[in-house]
Design a protein around this ligand. Structure first.
Ligand code: SIN
Length: 319
């Protein structure tokens, strides 16, 4: 039987990070190794799939931008359109969750797209990158991976792109889906599926890589925070603001007044929570992000505004 044809699209990150010191897990250069070196570090990769690999970028993902998301989506889409059975994107973990959700909303495919990263650089003792990459290929090659949207694979877990979040700054088990749990597990070359994403994604959304991404900012609520920063958003050209509020997306009296003023001035405001989990409903006339983190709410708000949607709460209730 022929192996599935998978493309690895390398973008940089710690999975391709290098340091002269094997114990270094924080001081290293992200994106230093090229994709051929990454693949060479994974024994058995060619037994899982017929792999083609390309270097798309070599960035630290803190430098990713909406323009980067769009060009990455364009490249992944063209590989799928050209007949790839699945695509694996190696990516820095810092903003992996944002790229994953963006791709989940804009790609037009049923075939698996898996984002993978690592918390320890390739040169570190006990580097997690090679096994994560082998696991990502195992998931992308699995016959039941199709139709689950974009997946995130790290530390044996298979997470859905909508809900996956980086929840720890250092440890190899940095990723979780606090509201939804894992969609499956991959271990010792075997995949155990446990769920499918409930919300529409990929081919079932009206969004594409060509959907404009107008600027949307994120501001957080905290004790004694100044409302001046919220008011200042109105003069930055931003079309939207996600409020990462305290608790249930709440805002102090001053902040609430400033948020309402922004909304009246034509900036779309969406309330989310800074807590890391939970569900924020609409309140006080401002839409709620539901279970989306502030960073993912920003991605959806950009797409909804870019697609000209008037019903912002409807977009958050749907996607
Ligand atoms: C990055 O996000 O590119 C650096 C950090 C990481 O990959 O863990």
């Amino acid at each position: 039987m022929s192996l599935p044809r998978l493309c690895i699209v390398a973008t940089g990150g710690t999975i391709a990070g290098a340091s002269a010191r094997p114990q270094a897990t924080m001081a290293y250069a992200a994106g230093a190794l090229d994709v051929a070196e990454l693949c060479a570090s994974v024994p058995g990769l060619d037994e899982v799939a017929d792999i083609r690999a390309e270097q798309f970028a070599a960035i630290d993902s803190k430098n990713a931008t909406p323009a980067f998301w769009q060009s990455l989506a364009g490249r992944v889409q063209s590989l799928l359109d050209a007949g790839a059975d699945g695509v694996i994107v190696t990516h820095g973990t810092d903003t992996l969750e944002e790229s994953a959700y963006y791709l989940h909303l804009v790609l037009k495919t049923d075939r698996p797209v898996v984002l993978v990263g690592a918390m320890r650089p390739a040169t570190a003792l006990s580097s997690d990158g090679p096994l994560n990459l082998l696991d990502a290929a195992t998931v992308a090659a699995h016959p039941q991976a199709a139709g689950r949207g974009v997946l995130v694979v790290l530390n044996h877990q298979i997470l859905g792109a909508r809900d996956a979040s980086k929840t720890n700054a250092n440890r190899p088990d940095a990723f979780a889906s606090p509201n939804a749990g894992a969609l499956g597990w991959v271990q010792d070359g075997r995949v155990a599926w446990m769920g499918r994403p409930e919300r529409p994604h990929t081919s079932a959304t009206p969004f594409t890589a060509a959907t404009p991404l107008p600027p949307v900012e994120v501001l957080a609520g905290y004790a004694g925070g100044s409302a001046a920063l919220i008011r200042a958003v109105g003069s930055t050209g931003a079309r939207g603001l996600v409020w990462a509020g305290t608790g249930n997306g709440s805002a102090s009296a001053d902040a609430q007044e400033a948020l309402d003023g922004l909304e009246r001035g034509g900036v779309a405001v969406v309330r989310a929570t800074r807590t890391g989990s939970g569900c924020v409903a609409a309140s006080g006339g401002l839409p709620g992000a539901g279970t989306l983190s502030p960073w993912k709410a920003r991605v959806l708000l950009m797409l909804a505004l870019g697609a000209g949607m008037d019903d912002i709460q409807g977009a958050f209730d749907t996607y």
